[in-house]
Ligand binder design. Structure first.
Ligand code: NAD
Ligand code: NAD
Lengths: 202, 202
């Protein structure tokens, strides 16, 4: 099993591979990837070794093999449905963004409880009330205030949604078999401050 | 120098230490931290060793020493000013959030170019036009469309702002001495999908 930092780097490596392919280049070495990804070549080799044999010593990696293998590891070939609950500032920024629902992710439905929001159209979907049945989906994105996060999580789990991406600053409890991933942007600010205080790169 | 994954885990460890202190507990061991942070005890020990000697073998860590040492590494004792450029959906979600500008970060000013937005009040600040001088600050947060990201970055650098937190999906070029950290939520979705596909924990 890959570690979380490795998983987080794979999409970055894949974007680099795609850029290379778009320029018609068929091989890339770990040093080239490392410079573009802002990590060491050793980290790149260790990360990619986790995906099985990919490169040949001294000859680098076949870019299209790299692209496919990373895609498989991240499950890109499969389409999956995403529902978003909480269509406020953050929910809108996510569904309107061109680079959030990518790699197979498809928006299935939007939910909110505010009568001013329910019934309006956002990103091509009419926002629905949360008190009805929830569309079957693979992932539920939680963009509600912290006080509502647990209740919304319970609703999603009851609708057989087993992956929760939680942006609300609230630890939620879920039954076994549910994967929860928390997002906390303040950590991004702290990473930047660490680099700023220590003169290190991105 | 600490690695980026270690830097990203320190705020998580600090939150755990604060929770422990709030419950009046004075010692914690690496296994307890590991369970709450969702990593292995080895990872915890390796991360904290990067901060100098903290724990005693077999006796765990003094929680308030841990809290202070992490705070120093992340530069928490120092207050610093943050400006946000682009007060749309994402910019509003960030400045209104209770857990983005924490640990010494203080909001100094908000900027936008839309005449409908400039002059309005958001999170206690009147949004200013970007064509005037920019408030001196340590960090500039970029929440504009990708097409405007480079121009905004140039503006911030010209105002002697050396730390850029870029949410726009656009690689920006900056002079030496500027730290840039990119945020890409689609990676969070891909981490969740990896865990969902492989039945691994958060
Ligand atoms: N992780 C971070 O660093 C970070 C940064 C910004 C925002 N946030 C968090 O994201 C969340 C959303 O922020 P925002 O600025 O978009 O807030 P917002 O108030 O603009 O939007 C919240 C939306 O959720 C809806 N809602 C409330 N309770 C609900 C419920 N029980 N069921 C369905 N919908 C419900 C509201 O009607 C509203 O539309 C907050 O929890 C905030 O703290 C986190
Ligand atoms: N990293 C991710 O995964 C992710 C997720 C969501 C949004 N985003 C990105 O964040 C950015 C903001 O998204 P949003 O939903 O808030 O968009 P938005 O359109 O709601 O807001 C953009 C704001 O920027 C302002 N603006 C445009 N050009 C400007 C300039 N030159 N100077 C100053 N202000 C300017 C606009 O007036 C507007 O208020 C976009 O680039 C979007 O792609 C990224």
């Amino acid at each position: 099993k890959l570690s979380e930092p490795t998983i987080a780097r794979l999409p970055v490596y894949q974007r680099i591979a795609e850029g290379w392919l778009a320029r018609g280049q068929h091989r890339i070495d770990s040093q080239q990837i490392a410079e573009l990804a802002g990590v060491t070549a050793t980290t790149v080799r260790r990360d990619l070794a986790g995906l099985g044999t990919l490169g040949t010593r001294g000859a680098g990696y076949d870019v299209s093999v790299l692209n496919d293998r990373i895609g498989e590891a991240l499950g890109h070939d499969r389409k999956y449905d995403v529902v978003v609950v909480g269509i406020g500032n953050l929910g809108r920024a996510l569904v309107n963004s061109t680079n959030f629902l990518i790699r197979g992710a498809q928006l299935a439905a939007l939910y909110d409880i505010d009568p001013e929001v329910v019934g309006t159209e956002v990103a091509g979907h009419v926002v629905r009330a949360l008190d009805g049945p929830i569309e079957p989906a693979t992932v539920g994105v939680i963009c509600v205030p912290a006080s509502a996060a647990q209740e919304v999580a319970d609703h999603l789990v009851a609708a057989q949604i087993h992956g929760l991406l939680n942006f609300a600053p609230q630890v939620i409890t879920t039954p076994l078999g549910t994967a929860v991933h928390y997002v906390d942007f303040s950590i991004e600010l702290q990473i930047l401050m660490y680099h700023l205080n220590n003169g290190t790169g991105p």
